[in-house]
Design a protein. Structure first.
Length: 178
């Protein structure tokens, strides 16, 4: 992947691992604003190439992806980095910044709900505040894109929390006590 200003170029290729034989290659170039469409196009073309060589059912057309502001997407990626690093407060700050830049991008809300669920589960915020924020962010994610698995997953976290207390869950998961 290469990036120059607001342009992104990806070159994808299929190579047979057994004999290093080149099977297919293609280059894709888009505005960074359309990076999600670019990812979808690359994945779809690779899947079509594999399927044409292996046979099988024809894939259904992918849903249309919404454009996202490049600044919001970069900020969202930074937030994900901090979420993965368990710097939860910093991730939430970046998610809030991404929302200000593009309030319609549903994955931002879903991942922010996940960050709040970790904070609530590990008592970094009060359970009432944390789980309330999980529900709020997850609901917004699903409202923005009801096909987003992460949004429904975040709603499920909130529901699971209501049905089990942390201590009951900790008794069932040995590593949760450490």
């Amino acid at each position: 992947m290469q990036r120059s200003g607001n342009r992104v170029r990806v070159t994808a290729q299929l190579v047979r691992a057994a004999d290093d034989r080149h099977l297919w290659a293609n280059s894709y170039e888009r505005d960074f604003r359309d990076v999600l469409v670019l990812q979808d196009d690359v994945a779809s073309d690779i899947a079509k190439q594999i399927e044409s060589r292996l046979g099988g059912p024809q894939p259904t057309p992918a849903p249309t992806l919404q454009a996202v502001s490049p600044e919001a997407y970069e900020t969202y990626l930074k937030a994900n980095y901090y979420l993965d690093s368990f710097d939860l407060q910093k991730s939430i700050e970046y998610y809030n910044e991404a929302i200000k830049l593009d309030p319609d991008y549903a994955p931002t809300y879903a991942h922010m709900a996940l960050a709040y669920s970790f904070m609530a589960f590990f008592d970094a915020v009060s359970p009432k505040e944390g789980w309330g924020k999980v529900k709020e962010a997850a609901t917004l994610a699903v409202e923005k894109d009801d096909r987003l698995p992460e949004g429904h997953g975040a709603l499920g976290l909130g529901s699971a929390r209501r049905s089990r207390s942390r201590s009951r869950l900790a008794r069932r998961i040995p590593w949760a006590n450490h």
